[in-house]
Ligand binder design. Sequence first.
Ligand SMILES: [Zn+2]
Length: 108
Amino acid sequence: MSSPQKVEVKKQHCENHQKCMEMIQAVLDGSASPEEMEHFKSHIDECLPCIEGYELEKSIKEGLRNKIERKCCPQKTIDLLKVKIGISLVTVGFLVVEIKLFKLFFLP
Ligand SMILES: [Zn+2]
């Protein structure tokens, strides 16, 4: 394998942009394999359209994530609390029933 020369000037046009964007998506999703990560890192350094695509995708994803987190987290916490309270209420309820049954059967 011949070692690729370091290109100083970034490519203005990506001949494989569709493929590059798929790779970028995979990297951003965290589903890229180590090989893909390596290829991505070496490629992104020299490919201008892909750098721009990567930055764009990244900011969209981060913006989306922030929005979802801001919207969902408090509601999620409330739901979780409700469930927990519900479970403990049910547990207490069962306990009371058990004590009543116990008294009924075993106490004179
Ligand atoms: Zn590219």
